[in-house]
Design a protein around this ligand. Sequence first.
Ligand SMILES: [Mg+2]
Length: 304
Amino acid sequence: MKYGYLIDMDGVIYRENQLIPGATDFVSALLATGTPFLFLTNNSAPTAEDLAVRLRHLGVHGLSAKHFYTSAMNTADFLSETHPNCTAFVVGEGGLVAALHEHRIANDAISPDYVVIGEGAATTDKLTKAHELIEKGARLLATNPDNWCPVSSQKTRPGAGALAAFLEASTGRRAYYLGKPNGYMFQRARRKLADSLSKVEQVVMIGDTMETDIRGAVESGLLGYLVLTGSTKIEDVGDYVYQPARILQSVAELTREVLTGEPATNPVENGAGTTRGSAQRHGSRHQTDVLALHKPRPRPAMTK
Ligand SMILES: [Mg+2]
């Protein structure tokens, strides 16, 4: 069977600016065999070109903009498909601004159809302006539901989900969240994979976060492979209703499979049998989970 891969980045390929051991060989194997793949990230701040450069600096070579799909690109795809010629007031970084510009979605600070929230670039002035525009009728859209993002093992920063939540609270309006785990992210990524590369019979999503990567894979009919190099501990997998098709220690376990086209001889554990984890549950960071709003907040699991 010919597989194509959608691959999360933070916690799968690198963590805190350190490559995960074996990740370079895995990407090299994908490139050498012409295996269709696309990196999929909820981070709306960088452009695809920025991400290719970032990975090159980390030692992963041979990648270009066509290998990346961000939640900012997903947001631009969504708006241009569902509302051509719409206008938007944007609170976000270069990756989001560039993606909207590429789709000819004009910036509008007077009477926009949408207020679009991404990572970063928020100031009190911008949030106040966004609040006013939403009260005047603009619809609220966020590139992704992540409330926070890792900076290092000791440090996080607010994510697009937290900024959108601020405006939800101030305006009483609910945001719509694109990016993982929204099926639109996976549907468009799958289409991009099929358009640009050879025939794919089955698409695999490789990720480290249950709530985004694995949930989105399950809901979109993809195979979800969980790697344990990021935000999820093996003992917590059994707590989720949705389960990964496979659990891998890291992407390094897939390199031989990509090179030979043969499945691993050691079948990797399926998460369905995993026992329930510790009583101390982390609250969900996703606005899509209504119950999360009522949970106490120990720091939720998070990576991109
Ligand atoms: Mg991740």
